[in-house]
Design a protein around this ligand. Structure first.
Ligand code: MCA
Ligand code: AMP
Length: 513
């Protein structure tokens, strides 16, 4: 196995450790389950064989809406091993959202939770998905039954080009509908190697995993970096600040969204002693307030390392492992990644520090485009490979990037991205609604809280509660507005465009009490 294999074939990591240190722990749970690298190599083979018997071949999509569990990790690894394209779906997504994903990605098989099989089976069939299998939170279900069948062939393995697709991750967009970012085996492999090197991962590391598995943060930044370094995962079902605090003495690395750190700071037990065993705290997915950064250092002596990523590009920049980790900055480009800033008006290259421009990214981390959406691919990725991030940034004199805003209309709540357009379309379609504007307002716990400002049709009766109730059945919970304010009209500029800045200023203190 060469370094080149590691940068191009993500499954090669497991094979290497399973051969060199078969008994080393890959994954442990709080309930005492433990898998070595040899176990995961053997099991991923049986699971790949099960997928094959469901008709899956290399290049076929496998869509999965499952709870977080070791078996959900295994399913992903089985796909990597056999060259199937893994399409994870947030368990919070409603049936109508799942229906859209299935129609769009046209998977060979849909994996659903046993309790959802009755509802989602017909939805999958209507989307022409020929097979549905189940996977429960405890790892049981028809998929595990197939994998445990003695007829399983644990030797299944595809050796594919680094350009072959490994995963499709849906990310909503400014046009409303979610788009599938096509991530290749080379994207995954190169990015995990860059992170493992930059963050000095070793076989001695134990990463506490409290993130969801259906986003690139939890699956690729966390799981892949552990795999690429032969390290160990301690898998939690979900983030729970007290539980995380209790287990810090057993781990060396924590990766989280800023809300993790805000919540940990609320616990009196967070101090130098409880964090002494940890060598690295990483934050990303949303801006980490400089105040949280400083408070964390005062309490624990640890300087949180902030980095910047995107679904379409995986991780782009990082503060240094050794050297100054600056509050409010996301660091310098990772090895192999290029970042440039373009003047938002003229498109001219900005080559001076302290000037704000549109961030563009190029490198082996940039996705192959959007699934079955050539138009969007062409509009977001330039012919010479530069990806338009939609974020605005500036470099300081030391070459550290700071994200100063977004050109795209998007907000981030607890690390989850919400695109106002998607919600506004849903709200505007409700009876009695004339128009709406969705904004993010400052929220101590979630960073930003989804807030809808709604205008009723003349003579119509609408209320905050009725709008929230109607949205709850259509949208994943994290997208549903925390508050809906019914107002007589929306502020507009002379061009007729809704002035969201004014709305944000006007309601800035809504969540302060
Ligand atoms: C849960 N709720 C939320 C959110 N999470 N509402 C708004 N925003 C959220 N993020 C709802 C729940 O459904 C619940 O609703 C209520 O809020 C209270 O839930 P609570 O128990 O307090 O929340 P939680 O379950 O503890 O979740 C908070 C969390 C979680 C731990 C911060 O949201 C989380 O794990 N976020 C991580 C997201 C992530 O991995 N992002 C990475 C994206 P009700 O009361 O009605 O039941 S990848 C990315 O962005 C790029 C690539 C990158 O750079 O990483
Ligand atoms: P996603 O759509 O989930 O891929 O989220 C990507 C977006 O999250 C980026 O385009 C940024 O706007 C934002 N993001 C990720 N990491 C950071 C960070 N450290 N600071 C500020 N914004 C971030």
């Amino acid at each position: 196995m060469t370094t080149e294999d590691f940068r191009s074939d993500p499954y090669a990591w497991i094979e290497a450790t399973a051969r060199q240190a078969p008994e080393r722990a890959f994954l442990a749970t709080l309930s005492g389950r433990r898998w070595s690298y040899a176990d995961v190599h053997r099991l991923s083979g049986s699971w790949a064989s099960a997928l094959q018997r469901l008709g899956v071949s290399a290049g076929d999509r496998v869509a999965a809406q499952s709870d977080k569990s070791p078996e959900a990790v295994l399913l992903y690894l089985a796909c990597l091993r056999m060259g199937a394209v893994y399409v994870p779906i947030n368990p919070a997504n409603t049936a109508s959202e799942v229906s859209y994903f299935l129609q769009d990605c046209a998977p060979r098989v849909a994996i659903v939770r046993p309790a959802d099989a009755a509802t989602l089976g017909p939805i999958a069939a209507a989307a022409d998905v020929s097979q549905t299998a189940t996977l429960g939170a405890d790892g049981s279900g028809t998929l595990a039954d197939l994998a445990n069948n003695p007829a399983s062939d644990p030797g299944v393995r595809a050796h594919l080009d680094p350009g072959a697709l490994a995963a499709i991750f849906y990310t909503s967009g400014t046009t409303g509908r979610a788009k599938g970012a096509m991530l290749t085996r080379g994207n995954l492999a190169s990015n995990a190697c860059a992170l493992a090197t930059t963050w000095k991962f070793s076989v001695n590391d134990v990463l506490l995993h409290a993130l969801p598995l259906f986003h690139v943060h939890g699956l690729f930044a966390a799981v892949n970096t552990v795999l690429a370094s032969g390290a160990t995962l301690l898998l939690l079902d979900a983030f729970d600040a007290s539980l995380v605090l209790r287990h810090l003495p057993e781990i060396t690395v924590l990766m989280g969204v800023p809300t993790f750190y805000t919540r940990l700071l609320q616990l009196p037990g967070l101090d130098r002693h409880s964090t002494a065993h940890v060598r690295l705290f990483v934050s990303g997915s949303a801006p980490l307030l400089a105040q949280v950064h400083r408070e964390f250092e005062e309490r624990t002596g640890h300087v949180i390392l902030e980095r910047y990523g995107m679904t379409e590009t995986l991780m782009n920049t990082s503060n240094p492992y050794e050297g100054a980790r600056l509050p409010g900055f996301v660091g310098t480009p990772l090895p192999g990644v290029e970042i440039r800033l373009l003047d938002a008006q003229t498109g001219a290259l900005i080559d001076q520090p302290d000037q704000t421009g549109a961030i563009e990214i190029r490198g082996p981390n940039v996705c192959a485009g959007y699934w079955r959406d050539r138009q969007k691919t062409i509009s977001e990725i330039r012919p010479d490979g530069w990806f338009k991030s939609g974020d605005l940034g500036r470099f300081n004199r030391e070459g550290y990037l700071q994200i100063v805003g977004r050109a795209k209309d998007m907000l981030i709540t607890g690390g989850y991205n919400v695109y106002p357009k998607e919600l506004e379309q849903e709200i505007d379609s409700l009876a009695g609604v004339l128009e709406s504007a969705v904004i993010g307002l400052p929220h101590r716990d979630l960073g930003e809280a989804v807030t809808a400002i709604v205008v009723a049709n003349p003579d119509a009766m609408i209320s905050e509660a009725s709008i929230i109730a109607a949205l709850q059945v259509r949208l994943a919970r994290y997208k549903v507005p925390r508050r809906v304010l019914v107002v007589p009209e929306l502020p507009r500029n002379t061009m007729g465009k809704v002035q969201k800045n004014l709305l944000r200023e006007r309601h800035a203190a809504l969540y302060e009490t």
